[in-house]
Ligand binder design. Sequence first.
Ligand code: B12
Ligand SMILES: *[C@@H]1O[C@H](CO)[C@@H](O)[C@H](O)[C@H]1NC(C)=O
Length: 426
Amino acid sequence: MLPLVIIAGLLAFVSSKPCDTAGSHHALLLSLNQNLLRSLEGQEGLPNPSVHLGLRLSDYHNLDKESEHLNKLKNDLHDDIQSSLTNNQPVVGSLALYSLALKSSCYDLNTITFTVSESSKTLLTHLKKQMELERENIAFSHRPLTNYYQYSLGLLALCVSGVRVNIHDSHKLIKAVEHELFKHGDAESVDTYAMAGMALQCVKDSGFYAHNAVELDTALSNIKQKLLASRRADGHIGNEFSTGLAVQALLAMGVEVSGCAASMEAMRTSARGNIYHNPMAISQVLPALHKKSYLTLRRKDCLNEDNSLVLEPVDPVVVLPSETKVKMMVEVVMLSGAAAVYSVDVPKGSSLLEGLELLKGKNPGFTFEKESSLWGPYLSVVNGEQARQSDRRYWNLSSDGTALTEGIVDFKIEAAQKITIKNTGY
Ligand code: B12
Ligand SMILES: *[C@@H]1O[C@H](CO)[C@@H](O)[C@H](O)[C@H]1NC(C)=O
């Protein structure tokens, strides 16, 4: 009897530890990690700094592939950011992710420079400058040039790189938390609260906001409450795709949450259900499942790293279009409010993008264009009308009245439905 009691006691002890990821989850973590590593192979377009971060914050590594990817970032991403800087485009988010990626490989940030109109300045100098432009825009127009998610990323990247963060930059973020300005469509942006939480926690730990510690603590505790209040019955915080960042933030803020284990389990359930097939999604979830946050980069030394991660060759799977067709209605609502409805039969399981391409081929009145982003193709122009970030507009996607939680490539048409594509302001 006694050994049983001891074992039961031990089990209770183990499972009462918050955020526990031990033991049997090893295989799942490894498979997510391999999928993330595999995403580097077929990658067309720019190397993804967030994927690099996800790989580097793991406990398992393939150091050759990671350093090859670092070189791609230093060439291709670097050039892309340099041309955006030259064209005066706001790039605080990409600059910040690039800095964090370099930091995650323990690369000396001071050796990285950008040359814009013949003057060469360091990466961190450019990042500070971008934050200043964002801050000015907040002062004049009450919103950042990009968004508060990128503004938070910028603050976080400066802070984990050991740069003394400007108190005005922190102050603007604290005020935005106070006024509850973090939105994604009509809903609260859990992703943004999480990123702001990590940024402000770093500022607190570094003593960069000592003159008004109370104000900072209030913001941090408001963020914590927001995140905890956004927990769904199934454990996810916000939705499947914000939970990784939310858990990272809670860990960074040192919360001993009883519900943290439930959020971990929710992510594992989603991972098993192949919800995280987009590498960007894995890159934000995997660090959390390893009980790490972007804040842990501050003390990363890259010593004695595991080098055991290998990719098994996989047989290419040829997916034939399904014989079964389903009816996809597409409603386009223009800026003027004018609406047009189209209909097309698509093979069951097609992506929304494939469906839209079929529709375009069949119906010359319907056209669209897309742009690439870290999350994949982003719908930017429909029927000749552009919904631009500079005008604070976007094409909102919904199905039978419910907002999609995925983009045009990831969302699959499994049943007859009406997709609404609406020019929406924010
Ligand atoms: C800000 C934001 C927006 C803003 C972007 C404009 C702005 N204000 O700057 C707006 C409100 C327009 C937006 C729209 C959408 N978004 Co959004 N967005 C974000 C957020 C919070 C930050 C993105 C960012 O700035 N990243 C930093 C920069 C450096 O990276 P970037 O790739 O260059 O950023 C650009 C793209 O990410 C693009 N973008 C934004 N959202 C989405 C979604 C998809 C699917 C794609 C392909 C691109 C994209 O806009 C960014 C700014 O230019 C993320 C949160 C997150 N965890 O990443 C969600 C997030 C990426 N969005 C999401 C979704 C679902 C959408 C929509 C599909 C919602 C809808 N039903 O319409 C639409 C996109 C529709 C389309 N036209 O293709 C999901 C994606 C999940 C997934 N598996 O794909 C996220 C993760 C939020 C979440 N947890 O659900 N979004
Ligand atoms: C898109 O529209 C839906 C339905 O009107 C809304 O609930 C949602 O908040 C909007 N925006 C986003 C980013 O999902």
